[in-house]
Every structure is written in structure tokens, then in C-alpha cells.
Design a protein around this ligand. Structure first.
Ligand code: SF4
Ligand code: SF4
Length: 337
């Protein structure tokens, strides 16, 4: 297993880390067990966020008494000093610690600089020792490029998977040139990619720390197996990735949900990618009465455009939904998937 050095932070950990968004959806007992098993299996870097409801509390319970053995990062969506203080205090209490290894501004809409109150809050928290290193997360490539070029942050967290564009790959290389750590979120592209070996082999080619979102022991076991059986890129995996990219590239929804809520309650983050999901998962799961009703809600879209302003990938969501619905109706009418 490669070790990854997160740039100037000097944090060096195995290239196989834990993304703790999904543990919100399981019981505390299950979450604690997953996190401890991840540690026992070799993972050392754990990423959570104030916005992930009780994820921080569960992590605090899991690592109580062994704080110095793990690296913990969290995030805040605050844009004011008051909210920043409230979030950081809550996070430290939840995690039962007096410092974070990395604190990130979460889903930044722009590159915050010394002219922004929130950036100065981050720097001050570092000066006080409550935060050892400062980072930022973004979803838009232009914002991410500004962040790297600013030289103001020690790490960048950005979506990165084998569906990456040349511009995404240039961003990862640029982080390396700026001695900035690169943390890869959405390494499975929101559940679209299902071949963990291919995802790991792709990641092993870059200075990127993947934080795999993990909710089940079976998922964790797959990632931990790579500590024993190291995966590198092979011709066979490259061929598989090329084929999968050809199928998926273009206008596709990553399922992140940032566009929601919808004015008329369409479940955009599933319905806008139904054509892919129905062909990649057991189709029956997506043909239930529940999903048929959800898909039919697309007909009630009023084209208000609010969702489009929120999508980090700048997708034409109303049209994407309509295309998915047309395909779905054909499948219901008997078109093979
Ligand atoms: S444009 Fe349609 S899908 Fe988007 S928020 Fe408005 S009603 Fe919902
Ligand atoms: S449409 Fe855009 S914002 Fe909404 S879930 Fe898909 S990728 Fe995310």
C-alpha cells in the first residue's frame, strides 16, 4: 500500500482512508465498529464534517482514548466568525478532542482569501493550536484551481475518480507542484462506479488520498483487502476503465444532492441518473412502485431553474431529468436494459 504525504502538512498515511459521511445512516454501535475495524485493518485518516449530522459524535466514541493514533479531519460550512466558533467548538466536543489534524472550509463557493473573515478564522484557529492544518473543499474546477494558485491552503479536497477529465488530473498535479495535499472525494463517483479494484488502481497512480465513503462492513472489507493484496494499474484494469468511461462520460449526475430541495419535490439526485443506475445495479430495485412514482414527478417540473444554480457540475438538470424519464418510460414499456 502506497503512503501518501499530504503536502506541506507532512501528514503521511496509507493511500486508503475513511470518508465518514455514510456512517450517519447506521447505528452508533455499527459506526463505532466500522471505524475501529478500519483502524485495525490499517486505515489512519478519517474525514468527517459538521454537516454530516452525528458522524462526528460516532467518530468521537470510536477513537476515544486513542486520539494520537489517528488523523482526524472535519469541515465547516460557516461563513461568519460566530458560526465558525460555534461549529469548531461543537466539532471538538463531538470528537472528544482539543485539536483537529485538519480543518476544512466545506464546499467553498469561491477561494476565500485574507480579505474574507472566514479565512482569517481558520488561520487564527491554527495559531491557537485547535487546528493543526487548514484546508478547503470545492466541487467546481475553476474554484479549485483558484484555491491551488492562491497558496493559502495546505490541502484541497475535490471529487476525483477514474472518470476524471484531463483538467481534473492537471489539478492533482498542480497540488503536488504547490506542495499541497490532495484529498479525493467521490472516488466511486457517487455510487456509479462499482469496481473497487479499478478505483484503487486508478488512485494509486496519483498523489491523492482517497476517502472512501463507507457504510457497511462488506464495503470496508473490500477496501481493507487492498492492504494485503496491493493493487496497481494493469492492462486489464486500464481496458476496463476505458470501456466504463466510454459508457459514462458526458452529462451525468454524480448524485451529490447539492441541487436539492427541488421546488416540486423531485428526488433529483436519483432521478437525474436513473438511466445509469438502472443499468448498473439490479434493475428491479429501480422499477418499484416507489421509484415509478418518483420518476413521474419529473412531469411536474416547473422549470424554475433553481436546481441549476446549485449544481457544481453545471448540469442542465431539467433536460437531464426529462431524458431520464423518457428512457425510463421506454424501459417500463419493455425496452431491454
Ligand atoms: S427546475 Fe424543475 S427540477 Fe429544478 S428545482 Fe425547479 S422544479 Fe425542480
Ligand atoms: S444534478 Fe448536479 S447537484 Fe444535483 S445531484 Fe446531480 S450532480 Fe449533484
Amino acid at each position: 500500500m502506497n503512503n501518501i504525504r499530504l503536502g506541506m502538512t507532512e501528514i503521511t498515511v496509507p493511500q486508503n482512508a475513511f470518508g465518514a459521511l455514510p456512517i450517519q445512516r447506521v447505528s452508533t454501535e455499527e459506526a463505532v465498529s466500522l471505524l475501529r475495524n478500519a483502524y485495525d485493518g490499517g486505515m489512519r485518516f478519517f474525514d468527517t464534517a459538521r454537516a454530516y449530522s452525528d458522524s462526528e459524535e460516532k467518530m468521537g466514541k470510536a477513537f476515544c482514548g486513542m486520539r494520537d493514533k489517528v488523523f482526524i479531519s472535519s469541515k465547516t460550512m460557516a461563513t461568519t466568525k460566530e458560526k465558525f466558533e460555534e461549529d469548531l467548538n461543537t466539532t471538538l466536543t463531538n470528537l472528544k478532542t482539543d485539536y483537529l489534524d485538519l480543518y476544512q472550509l466545506h464546499c467553498a463557493a469561491k477561494c476565500y482569501t485574507e480579505e474574507d473573515e472566514i479565512y482569517n478564522c481558520l488561520v487564527e484557529a491554527k495559531r491557537q493550536g485547535r487546528v493543526r492544518h487548514i484546508g478547503i473543499t470545492a466541487h467546481k474546477i475553476g474554484v479549485a484551481e483558484d484555491i491551488v494558485n492562491s497558496g493559502l491552503y495546505e490541502t484541497l479536497q475535490f471529487p476525483f475518480s477514474y472518470l476524471a477529465s484531463d483538467r481534473d488530473i492537471a489539478l492533482v498535479n498542480s497540488c503536488k507542484e504547490h506542495d499541497m495535499g490532495f484529498i479525493a472525494m467521490k472516488g466511486l463517483s457517487g455510487g456509479l462506479l462499482t469496481n473497487s479494484r479499478a478505483c484503487m488502481a486508478f488512485m494509486s497512480q496519483y498523489d491523492a488520498l482517497p476517502i472512501w465513503g463507507i457504510q457497511r462492513q462488506s464495503e470496508l472489507d473490500e477496501w481493507l483487502s487492498f492492504f494485503e493484496n496491493e493493487v496497481t494499474m494493469t492492462d486489464e484494469i486500464r481496458d476496463f476503465i476505458d470501456k466504463d468511461r466510454n459508457e459514462l462520460l458526458g452529462e451525468f449526475c454524480r448524485g451529490c444532492g447539492y441541487c436539492m430541495p427541488c421546488t416540486v419535490d423531485i428526488t433529483i439526485n436519483q432521478c437525474a441518473r436513473m438511466s445509469q443506475m438502472i443499468r448498473r445495479a439490479p434493475s428491479q430495485n429501480w422499477l418499484t412502485d416507489h421509484w415509478q412514482q418518483e420518476m413521474l414527478k419529473i412531469d411536474s417540473c416547473v422549470d424554475c431553474g433553481i436546481c441549476k444554480t446549485r449544481c457544481p457540475y453545471e448540469l442542465d438538470i431539467p433536460n437531464l431529468l426529462k431524458k431520464n424519464l423518457a428512457d425510463y418510460k421506454e424501459i417500463l414499456a419493455g425496452k431491454p436494459v
